[in-house]
Design a binder for this molecule. Structure first.
Ligand code: PNS
Length: 174
């Protein structure tokens, strides 16, 4: 059934989700009716968290938005534009943190447009405090016993800690 709801897809690896990703979801929620946060199941990268774990973490982090019907989480296989078309989405949203993201994002956006010109890509900038944040850096910091409380929702800290640094129990609880 066709609706007037403007759905946008926010795709990524989300290995794991960070506050930078959540910042983008909240910004997109101001502009679109519904955001599907879509975890790619055929990433070239070797993810640390399984698809189920990444979906679980996203669901925990986005509980209020999911409950309100503003967001949902999902995984997809195959081409992103095919998935976006199946979902009836108006486009794809991606975060741009710095110039260094630009080339890769530009290539992807144009390749996606070549594959399906109906699917627009829009870019949103996260708060500047997340400019240097990435899932990769976050994982390294946890593994080495650093403090990540500023970078992920507090409900996720124990799960991420357990996966990456199980020996270090409750290091951030004072
Ligand atoms: O968070 P990431 O790893 O930068 O996200 C990259 C992602 C998942 C958005 C991209 O690899 C993707 O769209 N994969 C799905 C397969 C696809 O459509 N590839 C062609 C992209 S031009």
């Amino acid at each position: 059934m066709k609706t007037n709801r403007r759905t946008i897809i926010y795709p990524g690896s989300f290995d794991p989700v960070t506050n930078g990703h959540l910042d983008i979801v909240h910004r997109a929620a101001q502009l679109f009716d519904h955001i599907v946060v879509a975890v790619s199941a055929n990433s070239q990268k070797s993810p640390l968290f399984s698809i189920e774990e990444r979906l679980d973490l996203l669901k925990m982090a986005l509980r209020p938005l999911i409950r309100s019907g503003k967001a949902s989480v999902d995984s997809f296989e195959g081409l992103l534009v095919h998935y976006a078309a199946r979902k009836g989405a108006v486009g794809i949203v991606r975060g741009l943190r710095a110039i260094s993201d630009f080339e890769y994002e530009f290539q992807m956006a144009l390749m996606n447009r070549f594959q399906d010109s109906r699917i627009e890509t829009v870019f949103l900038m996260p708060d500047e405090k997340y400019t240097y944040l990435s899932s990769t850096l976050l994982k390294e910091v946890v593994r080495l016993g650093g403090d990540i409380r500023q970078f992920i929702p507090s409900v996720l800290v124990p799960r991420i800690q357990k996966k990456l640094n199980p020996k270090k129990s409750q290091p951030f609880v004072s």
